[in-house]
Design a protein around this ligand. Structure first.
Ligand code: SAH
Ligand code: SF4
Length: 386
């Protein structure tokens, strides 16, 4: 565990707690902020561009804002991203950032280059409360939601590290997936605000077809998403029936598969462009959910839902005794889905050498649930008594 950082305001990593941090503010919130200062609303768009297109973090540099207003802003506000504790670069080009957040924890963000495409995998919470049986983040327990500043701050930090800020610089981050640590729908408002900043024309301007929210199935929150964002949706399914999914994804006991798929379908059907598909994520674990009968059952289950399927070979981590799917089972599973008419891709493992692969993001969670202690004790028992 890192030593606790004694800061009251989670959005102000500096000691200047009285000042408001503008980094995570939506255009609407910035407009309200300027209105309160007695300034014109259009200042919000200007400041958004300076922060998220030019990568500026001092008011001094905002040349289209008058000197007196810049001085006034510096008195009441800051633009401050969380601190990067470590940047790790994999031999395959994957880059991982370990980022300090207040409360003595660290989170992780991963950039995965793939030809022209560069995908940033962003975290939404410190740890995760949902405890899926195959996920390293879940085993760390849960500390708290990330603020909007800490979520969009991950994009800002990565963009800065690639020198992509400023006019006409090549854009390295073309896609964002909310697939890092945490369950995005359990941190609803901050995630929605941050995703909207990612897509906003005054900010990163990433296409709505290239920003994806991934959820393990918090149905009431998914039902609320309609109209608030038009990002893509990924569902972490991992099993073709409730009996098996209950064991892997405990939240399924509350919101079973039929309910989840119906909710996901409503969201996608209500998007203005009606050709979009839901991504189904399916982590393949040896001898658990990788049998041909599981694949056939999945073909049947999804036949009325517009989906594409992404198969993820399970990535092992110390607190788990699950094993990666064999290549034979993986390709047999994939071929059954393709024969069933589904677009099916296999996610290649990237950034393995820097523990940046899917499900390996652990950060350093100041766990409030005591779950991490329990898993550590279990791991010790397992090692001593395999
Ligand atoms: N909480 C959200 C988003 C974060 S998890 C969700 O569950 O969708 C992102 C993806 O990584 C999920 O599909 C998850 O199932 C997958 N994942 C988690 N642990 C994994 C592991 N050990 N190996 C491979 N994929 C894993
Ligand atoms: Fe949380 Fe997603 Fe991991 Fe499940 S898979 S424990 S929901 S981060």
């Amino acid at each position: 565990m890192t030593s606790a950082v004694n800061i009251q305001n989670a959005d102000n990593p500096s000691t200047e707690t009285a000042k408001v941090n503008l980094l995570g503010m939506s255009q609407e919130k910035l407009e309200a902020f300027f209105a309160e200062l007695g300034e014109k609303r259009f200042r919000a768009a200007q400041v958004l561009k300076w922060i998220h297109q030019m990568g500026v973090d001092s008011f001094e540099e905002m040349s289209n804002i008058s000197k007196p207003l810049r001085t006034k802003l510096a008195e009441v506000a800051i633009i401050e991203a969380p601190k990067v504790l470590k940047q790790l670069d994999s031999v395959d080009g994957t880059r991982k950032f370990v980022i300090q957040v207040t409360g003595g924890s660290a989170i992780e963000t991963v950039f995965i280059p793939d030809g022209e495409r560069g995908t940033l995998c962003v975290s939404s919470q410190v740890g995760c409360a949902l405890d899926c049986s195959f996920c390293s983040t879940g085993k760390q327990g849960f500390s708290r939601d990330l603020t909007a500043t800490e979520i969009i701050g991950q994009v800002w930090i990565a963009a800065k590290s690639f020198g992509q800020f400023g006019a006409d610089r090549p854009r390295k981050i073309t896609n964002v997936v909310m697939m890092g640590m945490g369950e995005p729908l359990l941190n609803f408002d901050n995630v929605v605000d941050s995703m909207n900043l990612m897509m906003h024309d005054n900010c990163y301007g990433i296409s709505k077809r290239r920003v994806t929210l991934s959820t393990s199935g918090v149905v009431p929150a998914l039902d609320k998403l309609d109209g608030l964002t038009d990002a893509c949706l990924a569902i972490s399914l991992h099993a073709p029936n409730d009996e098996l999914r209950n064991q892997l994804v405990p939240i399924n006991k509350k919101y079973p598969i039929a309910m989840l798929l119906a909710s996901a379908k409503r969201y996608i059907d209500n998007l203005p462009d009606n050709r979009r598909k839901i991504t189904i994520e399916y982590t393949l674990i040896d001898q658990v959910n990788d049998r041909p009968e599981h694949a056939h059952e999945l073909v049947e289950l999804l036949k009325d839902v517009p989906v594409k399927i992404n198969l993820i070979p399970f990535n092992p981590f110390p607190q788990s005794d699950y094993k990666r799917v064999s290549n034979n089972s993986l390709y047999r599973f994939r071929d059954i889905l393709i024969a069933g008419g589904y677009i099916t891709t296999v996610r290649t493992t990237r950034g393995d050498d820097i523990d940046a692969a899917c499900g390996q993001l652990a950060g350093n969670v100041n766990d409030r649930t005591k779950r991490s202690e329990r898993y550590k004790a279990q791991a010790v028992r397992f090692v001593n008594n395999p």
